[in-house]
Design a protein around this ligand. Structure first.
Ligand SMILES: [Zn+2]
Length: 323
């Protein structure tokens, strides 16, 4: 019989829940707006209601655990979200124990990007790979390192912040308070910042025309680049080079087999992937770079759900006495 996990993706915009089997089949996926402005209690009630719907429909046994992924500073050992974006008063929330109480099931929690690395290694572009780096280029940049089949996240589980590696000590200020992080070049917000600068400085007629219909988006910059606008292409080149420099350091440290790139910014395809592949060897030691493949995430729309399921399966395998 297939192994099962109940997976919850607690995002800033939507909460999604589903039953997932170890073959990667998603059953009865349900979704509802997070409505984070209503605060933790209302959000946790919605999570419980969605899990309730999945359980009522799929009838998993009471031993099937719930995996929950959320953005922000998540302590998987203590089961606490110390801080997360987009939900009012969402700090020091004892997410694991509160949900375990209301659901009457074992609950595991994790940072969404860390869990996404586990998800890619189990279900996605890094399937069967024991040494993998995942980086998600969304509005921000998150990631995770799998080394020898284990997620590397440090003492309190806060590690693996691959977007916040400084690649230029005199670079732009980052959202984390740091300077010159990968995120300050290769994230959605950084591309928007650079695109707005092009419009204001009259360096891209094409982007200026597009921006008449609304605020600059990463998609607008990628469309301008695809249409051959050199200034827009340069934004993606710079993002890719920053990413290559950040990843280069990680490749030298962790000697991965596969690097998986996900997130909305990765949808720009070869605008990112081509310069990234070209630049990466410049930032790695040849012996370590040899054999590294860069792949696009194959889980995209379901990255959160697969990450949450992977948390459960991973924990189960590492506590064999539990079954
Ligand atoms: Zn940063």
């Amino acid at each position: 019989m297939a192994e099962l996990a109940i997976a919850v993706d607690l995002g800033g915009t939507n909460i999604r829940a589903a039953l997932v089997d170890d073959g990667g089949t998603i059953r009865h996926l349900v979704s509802r707006p997070t409505q984070g402005q209503e605060g933790p209690e209302a959000v946790l009630d919605r999570v419980a209601a969605l899990v309730g719907e999945v359980v009522a429909h799929e009838q998993p046994g009471p031993e099937v655990e719930v995996g929950v992924v959320a953005p922000g500073t998540v302590d998987p050992n203590e089961g606490v979200v110390y801080y997360g974006p987009n939900i009012r008063d969402w700090h020091d929330v004892h997410l694991r124990d509160i949900l375990a109480g209301s659901l009457n099931r074992t609950v595991l929690i994790g940072n969404d990007a860390n869990a996404a690395a586990l998800g890619e290694a189990r279900f996605g572009s890094g399937k069967q790979v024991r040494n993998l780096i995942y980086i998600g280029l969304g509005t921000g940049v998150g990631g995770g390192v799998i080394s020898g089949g284990e997620l590397i996240s440090g003492k309190r589980g806060f590690g693996g912040e691959l977007g916040h590696v400084t690649i230029d000590p005199s670079g732009p200020r980052c959202t984390c308070g740091g300077i010159g992080c990968v995120e300050a070049y290769a994230s959605g917000w950084a591309i928007v910042r650079d695109g707005e600068l092009l419009v204001q400085s009259l360096r891209s007629d094409m982007l200026a025309r597009m921006a008449k219909s609304g605020p600059v988006t990463p998609r607008m910059v990628s469309q301008a680049a695809e249409a051959g606008d050199p200034a827009a292409i340069a934004i993606y080149d710079r993002a890719a080079r920053a990413l290559a420099a950040g990843l280069g350091g990680l490749v030298n440290i962790f000697n991965p087999e596969v690097i998986v790139i996900g997130g909305g910014v990765a949808k720009a395809g070869n605008l990112i992937f081509k310069p990234l592949r070209e630049a990466l060897p410049s930032y790695t030691m040849p012996s370590i770079y040899d054999g590294v493949t860069i792949r696009e995430s194959s889980l995209e729309a379901h990255t959160g759900i697969y990450g949450a399921a992977a948390l459960v399966f991973h924990a189960r395998e590492h506590q064999p006495g539990r079954h």
